[in-house]
Ligand binder design. Structure first.
Ligand code: F6R
Length: 243
């Protein structure tokens, strides 16, 4: 587990954007795994700037997002499809057919999950996966539980995640109660993982990447089994055990 401790969120975003830039330059037809949420917003803004400055070409890149609420329409301004268009896809030249996000409008989530994993595998797997972390240690929408699920699947949101995400909705009642999410197994097939975290409220969850425990009660703790994870965090989120 590598860790890069940054002064603040701006520096965290710049370091993460440079790693994505390096990946796209090294392998122009790479597969990127992408996250939503407030953590990666600054990184996406920097990638858009690099593209506008002619420094980056996404024309051969493929993308797979981690998750999407269910059910939700793509044009709902709280859908992750909408978020990705707003913050990244509408500003860069990634072809629409190369963009993949679990389909929040699908008729049968039980079919959508395996089909999504098959698409990831057919693309050759994710080269670089961007992750955020929930305050309760969730990654994607793999919430703390007695057992974690390998593949992409439909899951129920916990009260803590509903409350955390309610800041984006008119009220917590409007937060969808379910989501489609890559499973821990899908995430672990990525060749390289970047975990981004900023703010003191992420410190405790992040500490489980730097202790000796593997527990389904903190899904992010499973990342310790992956051979190539880089944590990029700000000072406030940096666990004492990682210093
Ligand atoms: C989003 C996702 C979530 C977020 C996590 C942190 O695609 O997978 O696991 O990374 O909830 O969210 P923020 O960045 O808003 O604190």
């Amino acid at each position: 587990m590598k860790i890069i401790v940054c002064r603040d969120k701006a520096e965290m975003s710049a370091v993460a954007a440079s790693m994505v830039e390096a990946q796209v330059k090294e392998k122009p037809d790479c597969v990127l795994g992408l996250a939503t949420g407030s953590t990666p917003e600054g990184m996406y803004a920097l990638l858009c700037e690099k593209y506008a400055a002619g420094a980056l070409d996404f024309s051969k890149v493929k993308t797979f997002n981690l998750d999407e609420y269910y059910p939700i329409k793509k044009d709902n301004d709280q859908s992750y499809a909408y978020f990705m268009n707003k913050h990244l896809f509408s500003h860069i030249n990634v072809p629409a057919e190369n963009i993949h996000i679990p389909n929040g409008e699908c008729a049968d989530p039980a079919e959508e999950g395996p089909a999504y994993d098959a698409l990831v595998a057919a693309a050759g797997g994710v080269d670089l996966q961007i992750l955020g972390i929930g305050r309760n240690g969730h990654i994607a929408f793999n919430e703390p539980d007695e057992a974690l699920i390998m593949g992409t699947h439909l899951t129920s949101l916990t009260e803590s995640t509903i409350e955390a995400n309610s800041r984006f909705f008119a009220s917590s009642d409007d937060v969808p109660r379910h989501a489609l999410t890559m499973g821990i197994g899908t995430i672990m097939t990525a060749k390289k993982i970047i975990m981004m975290a900023n703010g003191a409220d992420k410190k405790e969850a992040l500490s489980y990447l730097f202790n000796d425990k593997l527990t389904a009660a903190v899904p992010a703790s499973l990342l310790k089994l992956h051979p190539d994870v880089t944590v990029i965090c700000d000072e406030a989120a940096c666990p004492d055990s990682a210093r």
